[in-house]
Write a protein that binds this ligand. Structure first.
Ligand SMILES: *Cc1c(COP(=O)(O)O)cnc(C)c1O
Length: 365
């Protein structure tokens, strides 16, 4: 048997007639940018997240960049972010001429809330919380800290569509939530797409301007904007995806349950869920000191895996100017050297997941 890391075509084929119809209708409409599909999606997405507003954008990175830009922080201000995130989180800070201040993660791979306050200075303006791999962070504690120190709170929800802490969904805790709909994400378009959610009218108004050249009346440019519009075709796809998202999540949870119950190997540590949080399993990440050997063992049995992420942002070449060195964030670096993501996709069969479990359990280290 051969197991790919992902099989995006299976998600398409499962609801092919709905997707084909939505796409055909859009093509026939003759209206391709900022029309009814985008409006409908924004309304539907807000209803799902329970936020007052949503703005459809070009990508998750743009959602983060424009979301931060809406605050107009003074250049050189500091934003706190976990050290073990995808580089996009950090790029959104530096794109705005701000400085990322890294914090180590906890055992759930999210920001360690006990290590945030020691990093706050009089330059700190915001916390950028990343709900990594699909698990909601400890928002009770993070909201308390943000409030106490009068910091803005921005959520990177690129991996956490629908994940909750307490009774609230990610994207609805902070001043704004930033979502990606990159094809592999839990809600994935057939191209690039993103959105912000917010309950703050002025942030909503500003991002609406920023995404469209700083203008909401044609040729009247109020602020310096960019082109970051969600297009009608991707919005049509996302409207279908959202209709079936509960079904997607049920299937996801069942597949993950099979991994959690089936994997039994002394070398492997399975992912844990923080009490009070839910996990939407964008990625199923295990950890082992023998990561590279396990990866090779799986590859020899025709099973593809991936590493999220092998080089933490503070050690990436792009950020060498920040002056960090190996050893500065030992937990983050340990995770980078020991995490492994197993295949998990919509339409994965019982035979496929059982085969992966069998091969993992046969790994002797
Ligand atoms: C995917 C991702 C992004 C960026 O989203 P794009 O749509 O690819 O621009 C940002 N943050 C995290 C944590 C992500 O996983």
């Amino acid at each position: 048997m051969e197991i790919k890391f992902n099989q995006l075509d299976r998600g398409y084929l499962k609801h092919k007639s709905e997707f084909d119809q939505a796409i055909q209708e859009t093509l026939n409409s003759g209206w391709y940018i900022l029309g009814n599909n985008v409006k409908n999606f924004e309304t539907k997405y807000s209803a799902y997240i329970q936020s007052k507003y949503s703005v459809g954008l070009n990508s998750g990175l743009d959602a983060l960049i424009l979301g931060i830009r809406a605050f107009n922080f003074e250049a050189g201000s500091e934003i706190i972010v976990q050290a073990n995130t995808y580089i996009a989180s950090v790029l959104s800070i530096t794109e705005n001429q701000l400085t990322p201040i890294f914090v180590e993660p906890d055992e759930y791979y999210n920001i360690d809330v006990t290590k945030i306050e020691e990093k706050i200075t009089d330059k700190t303006k915001a916390i950028l919380v990343v709900h990594l791999y699909g698990q909601a962070s400890n928002m009770t504690e993070i909201m308390r800290i943000a409030k106490k120190h009068n910091l803005a709170l921005i959520e990177d929800c690129a991996q956490s569509h629908g994940a909750t802490h307490g009774n609230e969904m990610t994207g609805n805790f902070g001043d704004l939530g930033c979502f990606s709909f990159y094809p592999t994400k839990n809600i994935g378009a057939f191209g690039d797409a993103g959105a912000i959610t917010t309950n703050d009218k002025s942030i909503f108004d500003t991002v609406m301007l920023l995404r469209n050249y700083g203008s909401n009346i044609k040729y009247h440019n109020q602020i310096l904007g960019v082109n970051s519009r969600l297009d009608e075709l991707q919005a049509a796809v996302l409207n279908v995806k959202l209709d079936f998202y509960d079904e997607f999540l049920c299937e996801r949870v069942a597949l993950v349950q099979a991994y959690l119950e089936g994997i039994n190997n002394q070398h492997i540590e399975l992912p844990k869920v923080l009490p009070g949080s839910t996990h939407v399993w964008h990625l199923f990440v295990i950890r082992t000191e023998k990561r590279d050997l396990l990866m090779t063992h799986l590859k020899n049995h025709h099973i593809e895996t991936a590493i999220h992420y092998p080089i933490p942002p503070h050690l990436s070449e792009a950020y060498s100017y920040l002056g960090y060195k190996e050893g500065d964030f030992p937990i983050t670096e340990k995770y980078a050297n020991t995490v492994l993501t197993l295949p998990l996709y919509e339409g994965m069969t019982k035979e496929e997941i059982d085969y992966v479990i069998k091969v993992i359990n046969a790994f002797e280290g």
